[in-house]
Design a protein around this ligand. Structure first.
Ligand SMILES: NC(=O)c1ccc[n+]([C@@H]2O[C@H](COP(=O)([O-])OP(=O)(O)OC[C@H]3O[C@@H](n4cnc5c(N)ncnc54)[C@H](OP(=O)(O)O)[C@@H]3O)[C@@H](O)[C@H]2O)c1
Length: 244
């Protein structure tokens, strides 16, 4: 598929992996709509991209606010008439509130699920009619190795000791949603995949992370630009299939 005319929306794209994903997709000639819940942070991100010669526009989008999502979808419908790539990137991890499965509060679970899981579903459902108008729709859901049941239950896994339980369970839920949505859309041109970006230096990933955002965005960009022969319903990190 030619890249010139593709239109991509990235949620939570004003910083971190989302912003770098915007940069990499923009460099491929893809029209980038930079989802941001804050107008000022969105404008600053667009200015940052412009310094690198990448043009993008801000799409105001708060993923836990249904009127905001509806307004964003209506705007894309009016201005573009379709969407080719949806990247569900917005996510939160509240390190201080993650005290383990015995004591993390229900309020924390609800808050984390609201953004990481319910927000992702709301955005996906709102934009699906526009993705169905694309000749080759692509949905990429940012999950994590921390959402893998297989990794958490394997004593040899590097994340065996990790207990960010609200975050972990929200990403596990996204993984299963990814599988079911991909199956539901089988027979259409739309491909749906889950991405583990790696442990990446961002506000969420922290300073100790081994990867920078350039490497961190690679898995998302590869899945967003899959050809017709590419997989759907998979969970990937840099081209390698992750265990669910
Ligand atoms: N970094 C890692 O090591 C790592 C590893 C595995 C998976 N991931 C996943 O990768 C994705 C991006 O993470 P990151 O490391 O780039 O995090 P980040 O730097 O903290 O960026 C998160 C982005 O999500 C936005 N966001 C959060 N809640 C939102 C909401 N309710 N509505 C709209 N936007 C919202 C933030 O906007 P504001 O600036 O307005 O808060 C920000 O733009 C997340 O889904 C994360 O779970 C990251």
């Amino acid at each position: 598929m030619a890249t010139a005319s593709r239109i991509a929306l990235i949620t939570g794209a004003n910083k971190g992996i989302g912003l770098e994903t915007a940069r990499q997709l923009g460099r491929l000639g893809i029209t980038v709509l930079l989802g941001s819940r804050d107008a000022g942070r969105g404008a600053a991100a667009v200015a940052d991209l412009a310094k690198d010669g990448v043009s993008a526009s801000v799409l105001p989008l708060e993923v836990i606010d249904e009127p905001s999502i509806a307004a964003a979808a209506a705007r894309v419908a009016t201005e573009h008439g379709r969407l080719d790539i949806l990247i569900n990137n917005a996510g939160i991890l509240d390190h201080a509130a993650e005290t383990g499965p015995e004591s993390t509060t229900l309020a924390t679970y609800r808050r984390v699920f609201e953004t990481n899981f319910f927000g992702l579903i709301a955005v996906t459902q709102a934009f699906l009619p526009l993705l169905k108008k694309s000749p080759a729709g692509r949905i990429v859901n940012l999950t994590s190795i921390l959402g893998s049941c297989a990794e958490h239950s394997d004593p040899n896994s590097p994340i065996f000791q990790a207990r960010y339980t609200a975050y972990d369970t929200s990403k596990a839920a996204v993984n299963l949603y990814t599988i079911e949505l991909a199956l539901a859309l089988a027979g259409t041109p739309i491909k749906v995949n889950a991405a583990h970006p790696g442990w990446v230096k961002t506000d969420l990933g922290g300073d100790q992370a081994p990867l920078g955002v350039v490497e961190g965005a690679r898995t998302t960009v590869a899945l967003a630009t899959l050809g017709a022969e590419g997989p759907s319903g998979g969970f990937f990190h840099q081209g390698v299939h992750m265990r669910w």
